[in-house]
Design a protein around this ligand. Sequence first.
Ligand code: FES
Ligand code: FES
Length: 343
Amino acid sequence: MTDELLNHPGALTGDVRPTASYALRVNGVERPVTDAWIGESLLYVLRERLGLAGAKDGCEQGECGACSIQVDGQLVNGCLVPAALAADSEINTVEGLPGAGGASDVQQALADSGAVQCGYCTPGLAMAVHDLLQRNHRPGEVEARQALCGNLCRCTGYRGALAAVQAVADAREAALEAELEAAERAAAAGPAAEHAPPAAAEPPHPDPGGELPLYADSELWHEADQLVPPQPPTAQDDDTLRAGGYAYPPTPPHGTAVPGAWTGPDAFAAPGGFPAPDAFAAPDAFAAAGTDPFGTTTYHDAGPYDGTVYATDGYGTDGYGTPYPGHDATPAHGIRLPEDENA
Ligand code: FES
Ligand code: FES
């Protein structure tokens, strides 16, 4: 080729260069190219002669990958391929990525994952991801990094692009599984199902996320009714009913000894109010063992509970057992209640 050029009559003056006419098949469409210098790159012809400017001109020397396209299913740098040599080949560019009239899933995933900043590398990256996923439906991270290592991004980095690879792989796998399941269901239903009227759609669940409160007159209430066998009436108040029918034990009156409940002389129960002489003096879980959970401190054990019941609410007091002026209906903490003497 070099000899031919040098021997060409106009080679030394530069006004005559060998040209050729050919057709490129780009994204499934035959595109004629006429009288083009045979040294023009495929990138140049696509962009300047055919108006397909998706592939970008970054370095023109095969370094940046911005011009990535597929020729006969191989990812190549369009800037390194003489266009005339691709005349019999199938060429795919970013304009041909399948996207139902919009962005392809790969392009959308790149955008969604934040892989696009100035966007100059994006068409090349999109082609590289597309090519990778055609060859490998479930690439690992190393495989993805290897596949994208020829595509330089000067703004964003590669985290988003790698995330996009996984996102598209996941989405395609899920779509395929759904398709297979639908096909299996159709096969199991048999040929008669093909002529059967379509099944009535199920009404949407009124609360798919389970976020609505349960009201006694709501649909959800009736659903809950079916799941939980009817319970004998209990001392439930309206709030309990609204909470879904769970039978909370009725709240005992103040000062009543509740089995298992804390009734000993706690920090607030000492006569005279807070602080109590010994906040851990009651036979609680720690004091019974004589140590704290870490086994380091020995607490004083006041001995077995003597059955004393103390007023437990703070209404009418300042919280430390001192009645507010005019609010003396409730005895202070630590005051033995006459009616509970024998509790
Ligand atoms: Fe082709 Fe940079 S323009 S690799
Ligand atoms: Fe600017 Fe990649 S987004 S070079």
